[in-house]
Design a protein. Structure first.
Length: 90
């Protein structure tokens, strides 16, 4: 990667995801590494090795990509209505 002149690598989200989330955009917990992708120690080893080569590591974090396994108060059995503005419901 360094030989190509790159100064950074951008990796997919690494946080705990649901069992059927092949794309890693269905986070359950933004504080834990998904065990299918390795360990926290392995992530640290990757970033340390990259930094030693002068390469940044960017971890993709998209806060609005969560799994649909969560419920909202008053809507435990179904989805909450989506509202763009106070009086508009979709």
């Amino acid at each position: 990667i360094k030989g190509l002149g790159c100064t950074a690598i951008w990796i997919s989200p690494v946080f705990r995801n649901g069992p059927n989330s092949y794309h890693q955009y269905a986070m359950h917990d933004f504080t834990l590494i998904d065990p299918r992708l390795g360990t926290l120690e392995e992530l640290r080893d990757l970033t340390t090795a990259a930094h030693e080569l002068g390469i940044y590591v960017i971890i993709d974090v998209v806060m609005n990509h969560m799994d649909n396994a969560f419920a909202f108060e008053g809507h435990e059995q179904g989805s909450a209505p989506f509202k763009m503005h106070e009086d508009e419901e979709y």
